[in-house]
Design a binder for this molecule. Structure first.
Ligand code: AMP
Ligand code: GLY
Length: 422
C-alpha cells in the first residue's frame, strides 16, 4: 500500500514509526514531516493546511490511504476533497470534524444525544453571557467557540475574572474563534483521554492515556498542548472504560451517522472522571498529542488495517487491537518560553542516539540547520518515550534518556505519571 501521512509533529512521527513497521506498506510519504520523520520515510514540503497540494500529492503517489494527523487539515475539508476522488482518508469530513472544530456544535450535539457532559450556554453578547454566570458556583469555565490552539479555555476562580475573560473573548482576543463563547458548569474529577476508531457506523476502542496539560511540575503554570502522557491510565478502569463506551462513544458515533455526518477516523474523548461517572469534556477529531506517542509504543497489532478499516467502512471486520502488557510514558521536551514565546534555533545534541529498544525519541518542532545540526523550531520539540514492565520502570528509562540529551534551550516536567505513581 501507498500511504500519505499528513502532519509534522510528534504525533505524526509516532504514527510514521508505527506505520513503517507494517508488512502491508509499500511506500510511505509524509507531508510536510520533520527531520525525525524524514529518517523513516520520504517527506514532501507540502503544508498540512495546503489542501490542494495534499490532494495533488495523494494522486501523484497513487495513495491507497491518506492518514491525517492534525485537525487543521480536516477543518479545511481535506477528507471531503479526497472523498470526491474516492481516495480513502483516515480523518473525518469537515462536517463531522465539527465535533472538535466547533465547541458550540459539539456541546449542542452532546445535549441532543444525551451524552453526559457539563451544563452550558452559548453567547455572542457580553451582557447575557455575564448574567448566565449567576447559575453556577465558582470556578467558572469560559471557552472560545472555535479552534484556538488549546488556549481558548479559561477556568476563572472569581466572577470578576470570569467577566474579564468574556470581555476578552467577545472583544476579539481570539479573532474569529472567539466570536461566540461557551460557558460551562465546572466538573470536578481526574481527566483521561479515551480513543476510539470509527468507520462511520462502528466504533472500536483504541487505547487510553493521561495527559499533563500544565507547563510545570505539580500541575503549575499555563495550559499547554500537553507536557507528557502515560498509558494505560490505571484510573480509567475497565468498568469506567466500558461505561464511557456505552454512554459516550457509541451514542456519538451512531448520533453523527443519524445526523448525516458519519464520523470516520479517530474519535478522541476528553473525559472527566466525576463522582457520577465519566463525563465529556470535549471531543477531538484526531489522536491526542502526546497521547498518541505513548499509545504507539504499546500497540502490538499492525496499525494499517485499523486505519484502512476506519477509512473504508470495514472496521466491523476487525478484532479489537492487541496491546503490549507494558506501560508506556512520554516526556515532552519544550523550548524555553513555551507556551507563550518559545525560543527557537537552539541546538539539540544526542536526540538520535540509540537508547535501546524500549526508548524511542519522537521529534516534534525540530529542523536541521545549514550544517545539519538538529535545532528547535517550535514549542514542543522532542517526545522522549519509554516502555517498562511497570510505569515506574518506564518512567526511569524515559528520564535517563532525557538526561542524556544535551539541550540547554529546553525544559520538561520531572513528574510525568505522578497521579499513578504518587
Ligand atoms: P478543552 O479545550 O475543552 O479540553 O479544555 C481544556 C481544559 O480545561 C480541559 O482539559 C480541562 O482541564 C479544563 N476544562 C474544560 N472544561 C471543563 C469543565 N466543564 N469543568 C472542568 N474543567 C474543564
Ligand atoms: N494532548 C491534548 C491534545 O492533543 O489535545
Amino acid at each position: 500500500m501507498n500511504i500519505l501521512l499528513v502532519g509534522s509533529g510528534g504525533r505524526e512521527h509516532a504514527l510514521a514509526w508505527k506505520i513503517a513497521q507494517s508488512p502491508l506498506l509499500k511506500r510511505l510519504v509524509a507531508a510536510p514531516g520533520n527531520p525525525g520523520i524524514a529518517a523513516l520515510c520520504e517527506t514532501r514540503p507540502v503544508k498540512a493546511t495546503d489542501v490542494a497540494g495534499l490532494v495533488a500529492l495523494a494522486q501523484e503517489i497513487a495513495a491507497d490511504l491518506v492518514v491525517v494527523g492534525p485537525e487543521s487539515a480536516l477543518e479545511l475539508g481535506l477528507a471531503d476533497r479526497l472523498e470526491d476522488l474516492a481516495i480513502p482518508c483516515f480523518g473525518p469530513t469537515e462536517r463531522a470534524a465539527k465535533l472538535e472544530t466547533s465547541k458550540a456544535f459539539s456541546k449542542a450535539f452532546a445535549e441532543r444525544r444525551g451524552l453526559p457532559s457539563a451544563a452550558f450556554g452559548v453567547f455572542e453578547d457580553t451582557a447575557p453571557a455575564k448574567a448566565f454566570l449567576g447559575r453556577f458556583q465558582p470556578p467558572y469555565v469560559i471557552k472560545a467557540d472555535g479552534l484556538a490552539a488549546g488556549k481558548g479555555v479559561v477556568i476563572a476562580e472569581t466572577r470578576q475574572e470570569a467577566e474579564g475573560a468574556i470581555d476578552d473573548m467577545l472583544g476579539g482576543k481570539f479573532g474569529q474563534a472567539g466570536a461566540r463563547v461557551v460557558i460551562e458548569e465546572f466538573m470536578a474529577g481526574e481527566e483521561a483521554s479515551l480513543f476510539a476508531l470509527s468507520d462511520g457506523a462502528t466504533a472500536l476502542l483504541f487505547g487510553a492515556a493521561q495527559d499533563h496539560k500544565r507547563a510545570y511540575d505539580g500541575d503549575k503554570g499555563p495550559n499547554t498542548g500537553g507536557m507528557g502522557t502515560y498509558s494505560p491510565p490505571p484510573v480509567l478502569t475497565p468498568e469506567l472504560t466500558e461505561q464511557a463506551r456505552r454512554t459516550l462513544i457509541d451514542p456519538a458515533v451512531s448520533g453523527m451517522a443519524a445526523e448525516g455526518r458519519p464520523y470516520r477516523g479517530v474519535l478522541y474523548a476528553g473525559l472527566m472522571l466525576t463522582e457520577s461517572g465519566p463525563k465529556l469534556v470535549e471531543f477531538n477529531a484526531r489522536f491526542g498529542d502526546p497521547e498518541c506517542q505513548a499509545l504507539m509504543l504499546r500497540l502490538k497489532s499492525d496499525i494499517v488495517p485499523y486505519l484502512m478499516g476506519a477509512a473504508t467502512g470495514r472496521l466491523g471486520e476487525l478484532d479489537a487491537p492487541l496491546w503490549r502488557e507494558e506501560a508506556a510514558i512520554c516526556v515532552v521536551l519544550a523550548a524555553k518560553g513555551y507556551p507563550e514565546a518559545p525560543e527557537t534555533g537552539t541546538v539539540i545534541k544526542g536526540a538520535d542516539q540509540d537508547f535501546g529498544e524500549d526508548v524511542v525519541v519522537f521529534q516534534a518542532g525540530t529542523e536541521r540547520d545549514g550544517d545539519g545540526a538538529l535545532i528547535a523550531a517550535g514549542g514542543r520539540v522532542l517526545n522522549v518515550c519509554a516502555r517498562g514492565r511497570t510505569l515506574k520502570e518506564a518512567r526511569e528509562r524515559a528520564y535517563a534518556a532525557v538526561d542524556a540529551i544535551d539541550w540547554p534551550g529546553g525544559f520538561f516536567r520531572r513528574d510525568i505519571g505522578w497521579r499513578a505513581l504518587g
